[in-house]
Design a protein around this ligand. Structure first.
Ligand code: BGC
Length: 346
């Protein structure tokens, strides 16, 4: 009995020794409220642990101060690499400076960390391309090059504190603006500028409130809305909710991004036209690879050195390709690939 006990004790000691030796990766995520960040965090944690690292994964409840102190705590606790998806790209300056002082490399995850020279790498999906895919989808869905129109359009984009929101908006608007200028697309509310169409926090309720106001002020007289450009799924959900309660005209084309479960269900039910599939497994795997390369002192794989200037430096980036999703390909993309089970989409 004594021997077994001694064996167990030395096993535990050996294991804790290994754990102490393993590099720690601090992973800071913005919020658990949105499905995708839960998947991002879980995928990264699983892959990093499988690669032998210790993971300190924290969610900041969409509160900038919380994220700041979580990242500072990760640094104080001696993490070796930081992976951060910022709530607000510009608000982590102090923590980033602290990381730099402590020689801790920082990977900006999905959202660029702004106004700091302490950002080592950026891994994301091609954000501008997300917008152009949404814009081109609208051009094709309404056959804007041939149909007479005009078609009524409304626009909902994301959080002004998220650098990505600008890219999504610009990508889509670069495609759609010529049609607006030609009068083929008419924004009945007149709300076109980024500041007017933004959705602080990306909240579904925020998008829904604004959409309800737009509908009651501009469409209550029976005017049809043909298309609603939404930059992502949380905002598309808000718009769909507003339409369900306040609109009886022909159902518009609605765009989205993320393939959240509620939105895939809406696509199946004909309440959302498309989404963008950003396979979080791909991004997580890329980041795990980059972490490994950083720790091994190897060259870190990047594929873009020009696009993402954060106001201080141009951050070497790896851009994954976003994929178009709709009711015709979701089964192959999402179910057959094992991203969701068929049951989850019932
Ligand atoms: C991400 C999107 C997401 C949005 C809201 C963006 O930074 O790139 O995938 O829908 O944040 O969380």
């Amino acid at each position: 009995m004594k021997k077994i006990l001694a064996l167990v004790v030395s096993l535990i000691m050996a294991l804790s020794c290994i754990a102490a030796l393993a590099e720690t990766v601090g992973v800071s995520m913005p919020t658990k409220d949105l499905q995708r960040w839960n998947q991002d965090g879980a995928n990264m944690q699983a892959m990093l642990e499988e690669a032998g690292y210790t993971v300190d994964l924290q969610y900041a409840a969409n509160d900038v101060q919380t994220q700041l102190s979580q990242v500072e705590n990760m640094i104080s606790a001696g993490c070796d690499v930081l992976v951060i998806a910022a709530i607000e790209g510009s608000s982590l300056g102090e923590a980033l400076a602290m990381a730099k002082e402590n020689d801790i490399p920082v990977i900006a995850y999905d959202r660029l960390l702004m106004n700091s020279d302490a950002v080592s790498y950026y891994a994301t999906f091609d954000n501008y391309m997300v917008g152009t895919v949404q814009g081109n989808y609208i051009v094709e869905a309404l056959d804007l090059d041939n149909a007479e129109g005009p078609f009524n359009l409304e626009i909902t984009t994301g959080d002004p504190g998220d650098n990505n929101a600008n890219y999504f908006y610009s990508g889509a608007m670069d495609v759609l603006t010529p049609y607006i200028e030609a009068g083929k697309l008419v924004v009945v509310s007149g709300q076109v500028e980024f500041a007017d169409v933004a959705t602080p926090t990306w909240g579904t309720d925020v998008a829904q409130n604004r959409a309800e106001n737009i509908l009651s002020s501009n469409y209550a007289d029976g005017t049809n809305i043909d298309v609603w450009l939404c930059s992502n799924d949380s905002t598309a959900l808000g718009v769909a909710n507003a339409l369900a309660a306040n609109y009886t005209g022909t159902y518009p084309v609605i765009t989205g991004q993320d393939c959240d479960i509620a939105n895939v269900k809406n696509m199946i039910a004909g309440k959302q036209s498309m989404s963008i599939f950003k396979d979080t497994r791909t991004l997580a795997a890329q980041v795990v690879k980059m972490v490994g390369q950083i720790i091994a002192g190897e060259e870190v794989e990047i594929n873009d050195t020009e696009t993402y200037n954060n106001g201080v430096i141009t951050v070497p980036s790896y851009l994954c390709a976003p994929v178009f999703a709709d009711v015709n390909n979701y089964e192959e993309l999402l179910v057959e690939s094992g991203y969701y089970t068929a049951d989850q989409l019932q």
